[in-house]
Ligand binder design. Structure first.
Ligand SMILES: [Ca+2]
Ligand SMILES: [Ca+2]
Length: 111
């Protein structure tokens, strides 16, 4: 039993990120021709990660101050992000920076 929950989180996060991304660009970007957003753990992640992080972060940063407060994370209603807030906030200042979000995404994707 290794990293099962992390793998599950990874799928959820990647799916969520992709969903957030495609919501704002779903007419311009076609997702792989697959109708299921689930990504098999052995499949390479699609090369949209950098822009996804940007888009997701900007969508979550409601007051545009360049960091995500716990309230902003909570208002995303994303259970993975909410429950992982303390993990994402690696320096424990109660704010999630773009860097911290990117590192968290890398962490769960690499799990
Ligand atoms: Ca903010
Ligand atoms: Ca922080």
């Amino acid at each position: 039993m290794k990293n099962i929950s992390l793998s599950q989180i990874s799928v959820v996060v990647v799916t969520m990120l992709a969903a957030s991304f495609f919501v704002s660009a779903n007419e311009m970007t076609a997702p792989l021709g697959s109708d299921t957003p689930q990504i098999a753990s052995s499949e390479p992640v699609q090369p949209v990660k950098a822009s996804i992080n940007e888009v997701v972060f900007n969508n979550l940063d409601l007051d545009k101050d360049g960091s995500l407060s716990k309230a902003e994370i909570t208002s995303s209603k994303n259970e993975v992000l909410v429950s992982s807030f303390e993990k994402i906030d690696s320096n424990a200042d109660l704010l999630v920076s773009k860097q911290e979000l990117a590192e968290f995404v890398e962490l769960v994707k690499g799990a």
